[in-house]
Design a protein around this ligand. Structure first.
Ligand SMILES: [Zn+2]
Length: 481
């Protein structure tokens, strides 16, 4: 019955500043052309930025490659202030904003701010970074900065809230100043802003459905789906969720200039299903691959999915029918039935080889898959089959679509799981243990994940206290309804 949420930013902020110092806001300046051009920029700097010149010069020393694609991270110590000054649009200019519409390109947008083909040409021909402008998408924004002569002094292409390109006009030769259209040169800068990452906590108990529980805890839809994916090897979200099941998680929220711009990864989570607790923690290994593991270091990914279809497609009012709809008699049911709309994609529960793909009067369209020596999975009543006999398949690969072929009154998947030829309940059979984390990674794993699990436990404990208290003195607990 508890839904609590925390966005105690000062607390998590200091916690995360200690944990992830590299994720503090910073600005990356990417892809200038060459040191020679950098020197030209410095020479062309307006006088008000003269004081930043020394830092600019230091930036050039950080260049490691003069190719246009080189990614150059200005280090904070040498250049943060100067970098910010340089990449920010000039506020002395008069700015006009244009939103990119379907079918737009520079030649259609420029006339809307009274610029012509010559201006497009000047921009496109003078910077090696002009290519991104060709790939603009509807909804993005182009900002035009005009100087007091009415010339295009800066152009900013805002790709996303975090990524933009700024093109700044430089006067390379004073003798050509009288023909501004064709003599102006622009240099481009790729600006990537890194959001500030905060950690947030949510918990909720299921009273009706997983989604309503998430909604009460103000957990975004995308994150509850991700949570279900993380635990999808242990919990059958299609059929095994019960009232009283509960979950708790910490995840990242992204902020830019104090404004929330999105969510990041789930960091740690617990899901209690019918009294059984499952825990998961995110770990990015030394090669940069991120995955979810148990706190002990076993991958959450297992050889088999609990349910071979997306649980969100399951008909909510479905109950298991033991009486066979065609024969009107109770049959020993050797599989699990999932009722869902016709056409719902059906996944292979694990990696394997298709040993049968065919049609029979009773089964309708069916697919059988062999997984190693011991396991076979069977999928019946398919609307369409998408694999052929002998074909290798990966876990979660679509092998067909849900239907009602054969002896079936309504669309459903009949799913069977066999171990050494014997039918087992796929929802309860103990499945092969997942691989533990590489021994070489284990100490690094513990170092990274223990604080994440500790934080989850800390929040859960705080929530328990808040719930036990008759007059909660913090805003930690959301109203229960
Ligand atoms: Zn069945």
């Amino acid at each position: 019955m508890s839904q609590a949420k925390y966005t105690n930013r000062s607390h998590t902020s200091s916690f995360w500043q200690r944990l992830l110092p590299h994720q503090l806001p910073k600005i990356h300046v990417v892809a200038m052309t060459s040191i020679a051009i950098m020197i030209a920029i410095i020479a062309a700097l307006p006088s008000k930025e003269a004081s930043a010149k020394r830092n600019e010069a230091q930036i050039t020393l950080n260049f490691i490659d003069d190719s246009p694609q080189a990614t150059l991270l200005a280090t904070e110590e040498t250049s943060e202030v100067a970098t910010v000054k340089k990449v920010e649009p000039d506020t002395n200019l008069v700015w006009k904003h244009q939103t990119v519409k379907s079918g737009d390109n520079l030649s259609t947008i420029f006339p809307r701010v009274s610029l012509g083909a010559g201006d497009v040409h000047a921009l496109m021909s003078s910077t090696t970074l002009s290519k991104p402008l060709v790939d603009m998408r509807p909804g993005q924004e182009i900002q035009f900065g005009f100087n007091n002569q009415g010339e295009l002094a800066q152009l900013k292409y805002v790709k996303t809230k975090l990524e933009s390109y700024l093109y700044t006009r430089i006067e390379s030769d004073t003798s050509t100043k009288n023909t501004p259209e064709y003599s102006s040169k622009y240099i481009g800068e790729h600006i990537i802003l890194e959001p500030e990452i905060m950690t947030t906590y949510r918990e909720s108990t299921i009273k009706d459905s997983l989604f309503l529980a998430a909604e009460r805890a103000q957990l975004p839809h995308g994150l509850i789906m991700e949570l279900a994916n993380i635990f999808g090897w242990d919990v059958d979200f299609a059929l095994d969720i019960r009232k009283g099941d509960r979950f708790a998680l910490t995840y990242e929220e992204k902020f830019l200039n104090g404004e929330k711009i999105g969510n990041g990864n789930i960091l740690s989570a617990e899901f209690v299903n019918q009294g059984k607790s499952f825990k998961a923690v995110r770990y990015e290994d030394s090669k940069g691959l991120a995955n979810y593991y148990t706190p002990e270091g076993y991958s959450m990914r297992k050889a088999f999915l609990r349910a071979p279809l997306d649980f969100t497609r399951i008909s909510s009012n479905y109950n298991l029918r033991r009486k066979h709809p065609i024969h009107k008699k109770i049959r020993a049911h050797r599989g699990v039935d999932y009722a869902a709309p016709r056409g719902t994609p059906i996944f292979s529960a694990g990696d394997g080889k298709v040993i049968a793909s065919g049609y029979s009067k009773a089964n309708g369209n069916y697919v059988f898959i062999q997984h190693g020596q011991r396991f076979t999975t069977k999928y019946l009543h398919l609307h369409k089959r998408k694999v052929k006999r002998g074909q290798s398949v990966k876990q979660r690969q679509v092998i067909g679509t849900l239907g009602s072929t054969g002896y079936a009154t309504g669309p459903h998947l009949h799913y069977e799981f066999l171990v050494n030829g014997v039918h087992r309940n796929p929802r309860t059979v103990s499945l092969p243990q997942a691989k533990p984390i590489n021994k070489k990674e284990l100490s690094r794993f513990e170092e990274h994940t223990q604080p994440l699990m500790a934080l989850l436990t800390q929040y859960q404990g705080a929530s328990q206290l808040a719930l036990a208290s008759p007059t909660p003195n913090t805003s930690a607990k959301s109203s229960d309804n």
